[in-house]
Design a protein around this ligand. Sequence first.
Ligand code: FPP
Length: 240
Amino acid sequence: MDGNGRWAKQRGRPRTAGHREGVKSVRAVVEESVRRGVETLTLFAFSSENWQRPRSEVNILMELFMSALRSEVRRLHKNEVRLRIIGARDAFPEKLQQRIAEAEALTANNRRLNLQVAANYGGRWDIVQATRRLIAEVQAGHLEPDAIDERIFAQHLSFPDLTEPDLFIRTGGEQRLSNFVLWQCAYAELYFTDALWPDFDEAAYGHALEEYSRRQRRFGRTGEQQAETLATVSSSYARG
Ligand code: FPP
């Protein structure tokens, strides 16, 4: 969700005004995901590196998370959205941690959309904490080092029950991953747009999804092999 600061600067307003406006785009994208039947939406709200921003901006962001949790959770629950926060949450103020836990408990059984908010998250942090868990299991004698493969490794990352992202969207014109879900994005389709996050509305999101639907995902195979697989899958669907 990049570009909040620039959006505000263009209007001669403080950066934090951009973050406040960004909450509206969060709402629009979540609701459009529900309408379009997206299974999982992950939003990168605060990276492990964002602590380095001016103290006043970090404080406003924490307040914004608190107030968004207060104002949005009931609406999310009504829309059958399950909310989860990924990242090292123990660094957040106690009150925020408590509110996160309550929101997660309230929405735990919802199945329409999995909404993950990455907060104090870093892709490398996720890989390091998975490695630590694996080492602990090996040391306890529950796991043989040779048994560790990609599947087992992935099971030790944050929220292993969730599928890998199909589409990665970055707003704000930069073309990089910036330590987002690095392991899980191995085969994600990348989509970059110059739109600043507060300007990223339902139509802009729809455009990204339409572009994604035109991509051919090959997973290391040839285009012909992939087309053959798709034809087999769709003919078996057609046969019921
Ligand atoms: C990046 O833009 C944005 C952030 C670091 C914060 C994102 C937070 C929100 C949209 C607010 C609320 C979120 C939730 C989930 C309730 P930037 O500040 O780096 O923009 P710039 O590149 O233009 O400076």
